[in-house]
Design a protein. Structure first.
Length: 420
């Protein structure tokens, strides 16, 4: 399969007259169509809600689009809750899934009326002491050795998240005793997974738990949250996970486990990030220098500060050399940034058409979990973000950083007076 772009080289050249490279550009049409595909696939599941994992793409313009498409927001910190509120999301359309949570974040989540997803049994007393026990409570389950994870999140029993099964049952029992009547159950054990069966297995696992715990404790669950983790095809030969397949599998398991035991209605929640925006963001960069030593290097005007995944996970992200799409990929390059770190590479030993200084490179699938991870290490100023609107207009949705931003936390006046 060819990895397509939602813009032409001409369009990018026009954009670079106003906004210099590097920049990350999002495709609004792609994001909206994808969101509608997801909603359509799950339309027969009553009360289905996708809570967008804000950490994947914490840009309020993108979040506002997703809000308009009917998504809630999955937040894990106070600033993420503030961002959700800025785009008009509040109350139980916010899922607060944190871990090792500070008191002020629970306070904020409680004020905003968010669904509080509790990551540890010790937090029951912590909640009691800080905000009191909420009337809707959700626990995050960690199946430990009962399930296998994947490379990014790791083995569930090695993962810091969630409660063991015994703790889970104890947690609901205590909450029931404290008078809680509304319950939810959550898990998140996988990341960037393309094996679609895995998500059905997760639904079955949670439905089985709902049956077991409902009977044991005589409580009623309002929802299960299947978490996120749906992967995206990064390599041209990979296939996306079919939303329809997931919805069908979940519906079948629901009728066999939940309906058959008279435990409906049980709402199904998801909190995907990557699959929602990942494929619809593109990092556009220019070639600044070509270097030929023991290897051939393409030096771009971007760096891992703008997109971290290839450097920190060794992740493959496809590269297109604009205007050279039909040329033979007969040159082997390392495509680098300018950071003084040898893992600052977007690609290693990548076969590409012959590249010259001034060429424009587009890194695909940069719309999630890459830009927001970026740091200022080595004094690197992070790139801005643009939005390609459905009418082909381009607007800036975050400007590039400046030296002033980098120095914003320093007081140079005090430094002048500082005697050494
Ligand atoms: C990161 C995260 C998500 C989103 O994961 P994706 O891989 O982007 O779908 C959802 N829920 C929790 C609790 C997370 O930490």
């Amino acid at each position: 399969m060819i990895k397509k772009l939602p813009f032409s080289k001409e369009k990018i050249l026009e954009i670079t007259k106003k906004y210099r490279t590097p920049f990350l550009i999002y495709d609004e049409k792609g994001i909206r169509e994808n969101a509608r595909r997801l909603k359509k696939a799950f339309k027969d599941i009553e009360g289905f809600e996708e809570f967008f994992a804000v950490k994947a793409c914490p840009n309020p313009y993108i979040m506002k689009i997703l809000r308009e498409e009917g998504f809630g927001m999955d937040c894990s910190s106070l600033p993420e809750i503030l961002l959700a509120e800025k785009v008009g999301v509040s109350g139980e359309d916010i899922m607060f899934s944190s871990n090792n949570t500070p008191a002020e974040e629970y306070k904020k989540a409680s004020e905003s009326g968010a669904i509080i997803n509790v990551d540890d049994i010790s937090h029951i007393n912590f909640l009691d002491d800080t905000i009191g026990i909420p009337d809707l409570i959700c626990f995050r389950y960690n199946p430990g050795p009962a399930r296998q994870g994947n490379v990014i999140i790791g083995d569930p029993k090695e993962a810091k998240y969630g409660l063991t099964k015994a703790q889970l049952i104890e947690g609901y029992r205590i909450m029931k005793e404290k008078g809680v009547k509304r319950f939810g159950l959550h898990t998140m054990i996988i990341s960037n997974e393309l094996n679609r069966e895995y998500f059905i297995d997760t639904a079955i696992m949670l439905f089985d738990l709902v049956v077991e715990i409902s009977k044991k404790l005589d409580i009623r669950f309002e929802f299960v949250n299947l978490g996120g983790g749906i992967g995206i095809p990064l390599r041209p030969d990979e296939k996306p996970v079919s939303f329809e397949f997931l919805a069908d599998g979940i519906k079948k398991a629901y009728s066999e486990k939940i309906s058959a035991n008279g435990l409906g209605p049980l709402k199904i929640y998801m909190e995907c990030g990557r699959v929602i925006t990942g494929p619809f963001g593109y990092l556009v960069m220019s070639v600044r220098h070509m270097k030929h030593t023991y290897k051939d290097y393409v030096g771009t005007d971007s760096s891992m500060a703008d997109f971290m995944r290839p450097a920190i996970y060794g992740a493959y992200h496809h590269l297109t050399v604009l205007g050279k799409e039909n040329k033979a990929c007969d040159h082997k390059y390392d495509v680098t940034g300018s950071l003084c770190e040898n893992n600052d590479k977007f690609a290693i030993d990548r076969m590409l058409p012959e590249i010259e200084v001034g060429d424009i490179l587009v890194l695909h699938d940069a719309g999630a979990h890459g830009k927001p991870m970026g740091f200022n290490y080595n004094g690197k100023l992070r790139c801005g973000e643009l939005l390609l609107r459905e009418n082909n207009e381009v607007i800036q949705i975050r400007r590039q950083e400046t030296v002033e931003d980098y120095f914003a936390t320093l007081d140079f006046k005090q430094l002048e007076k500082f005697k050494v």
